[in-house]
Design a protein around this ligand. Structure first.
Ligand code: SF4
Length: 234
């Protein structure tokens, strides 16, 4: 990958970070082709609080197989949804939020369908999604980036946010929305939607391995040269 010259130093830092993380971990592929359906991605996100991705993927598939359509999922009793979501970390909370979210879409659109978002500017589409119960910036960004909308939007989970805070790329106490506002303007222009998703997946991997919430393996971290916290650990 060739580095562009003359850009914001934080942008160059992101470019270098991407290169060294690909060298360390390789490129990470999303496993689930159904993510291209924005409603599938929405459901997976709403039920996914503190649950592993592969478990939420499987639960999302099970819901659709069991009820036949997202409209039928919206009409199902919370108790039935809770039983179907028994593998999630918070089954009842996931069921309650999902039902409220899908019913909210039906009330506005007449069916569970997000095609109208393709006609909206990205930020307007995200703000519309964030009016739905259970949907905040991480989920709205995920829908716009990883589904067939394929917008240049960065998904930020707790791992990703912690690392960009430690690196000094966003304010130390930034919540997800503030971290998003700080990070998006410095995303390299040449990164398309899949490359921005790759950035997120690599940062998540770093957060699951070397840059953990309560421990940091800075001495062996490939990002250290671009990290404020890593520099202080010298
Ligand atoms: S150098 Fe340390 S603090 Fe910085 S990203 Fe790596 S592990 Fe985290």
């Amino acid at each position: 990958m060739q580095l562009a010259l003359g850009s914001d130093p934080r942008t160059d830092s992101l470019r270098r970070t991407q290169m060294v993380l690909i060298e360390r971990f390789g490129r990470i592929e999303r496993q689930h082709a159904k993510r291209y359906d924005p409603v599938w991605t929405l459901v997976q996100g709403v039920i996914g609080a503190r649950s592993r991705t592969e478990i939420s993927d499987a639960a999302t598939d099970r819901l659709l197989a069991r009820f036949g359509s997202w409209e039928q999922v919206a009409e199902a009793p919370v108790a039935e949804l809770t039983a179907e979501l028994a593998t999630q970390t918070f089954p009842e909370q996931s069921a309650t939020r999902l039902k409220a979210c899908l019913q909210s879409i039906m009330a506005e659109r007449g069916e569970v369908d997000l095609r109208h978002l393709s006609n909206l500017p990205t930020i307007a589409a995200m703000l519309w999604l964030e009016t739905l119960p259970g949907v905040a910036r991480k989920i709205s960004a995920g829908i716009m980036n990883t589904s067939h909308f394929a917008r240049r939007v960065v998904v930020i989970d707790s791992h990703h946010r912690r690392i960009v805070q430690r690196m000094g790329l966003v304010p130390p106490k930034a919540d997800t929305a503030r971290a998003y506002d700080a990070l998006m303007p410095i995303m390299p222009d040449e990164w398309d939607a899949p490359e921005i998703d790759q950035h997120h997946l690599l940062m998540k991997k770093l957060g699951q391995t070397l840059c953990r919430p309560s421990s940091m393996a800075c001495a062996e971290c490939p990002v250290r040269a671009d990290c404020q916290t890593g520099a202080q650990e010298c």
